[in-house]
Design a protein around this ligand. Structure first.
Ligand code: GTP
Ligand code: MG
Length: 197
């Protein structure tokens, strides 16, 4: 797959509005402000394919991008856990997210984006629970790795790997940074595995 050829396809507020559930897709999930949209831009070498923001909660729709062919898609999910969103709205969104993960047949795997400085939050664990229930493979990006010294980042990586020992078959994890592009090849490789029929 040639990710730089990615283009915007459509936005959907809920599962019923998603494009036809055929082909293969990979979703990017994670806490608000973790760096999901930035990771998609880094992967695709496009500055503003996915909208990014310093304000958490920027992405409020499910955004679909195609890679070369409409049968291959990247999906930018709204962040979860954004505190300023009213509780009722948050619950509604959790319902849509859970439903998407449960019912979307073209979904091959989910990239779970975590800030390397705050890995495995309560929300991440909720997401991992859903993935587990649905036998959905996860690839964890410990992003913003540029914010830590190399040794500290490696320390977080091995600690998270250790904590995920019992998830071995379903979960992989790597360091990543959208600022210095570290880890982009490893992400590329994982996505190509998932997006190959
Ligand atoms: P929501 O759509 O609100 O859920 O957020 P998001 O997860 O899509 O985060 P987004 O990509 O918009 O990035 C949030 C902020 O973190 C922005 O100010 C980015 O510039 C910054 N950021 C993202 N990735 C990195 C990174 O690898 N390193 C550093 N230093 N900053 C990053
Ligand atoms: Mg976003």
């Amino acid at each position: 797959h040639h990710f730089p050829s990615a283009t915007f396809l459509t936005s959907a507020p809920k599962l019923a509005d998603c494009p036809a559930d055929t082909g293969l897709e990979v979703a990017f999930a994670g806490r608000s402000n973790a760096g999901k949209s930035s990771a998609i831009n880094t992967l695709t070498r496009q500055k503003a394919l996915a909208r990014t923001s310093r304000t958490p909660g920027r992405t409020q729709l499910i955004n679909f991008f195609t890679v070369g062919d409409p049968m291959y898609r990247l999906v930018d999910l709204p962040g979860y856990g954004f505190a300023k969103v009213p509780e009722a709205v948050r619950r509604e969104w959790q319902k849509h997210l859970a439903q998407y993960l449960r019912e979307r047949r073209s979904l091959q795997g989910t990239v779970l984006v975590m800030d390397v400085r705050h890995p495995l939050t309560e929300f991440d664990q909720m997401m991992m629970g859903w993935a587990d229930e649905n036998d959905m493979p996860l690839h964890i990006l410990l992003t913003k790795a540029d914010k830590l010294k190399r040794g500290a980042a490696m320390g977080v990586l091995s600690k998270v790997r250790h904590q995920l020992k019992e998830w071995e078959d379903l979960v992989s994890v790597q360091l990543f940074s959208s600022h210095d592009r570290q880890g982009v090849e490893a992400l590329n490789e994982r996505l190509c595995q998932w997006l190959t029929p």
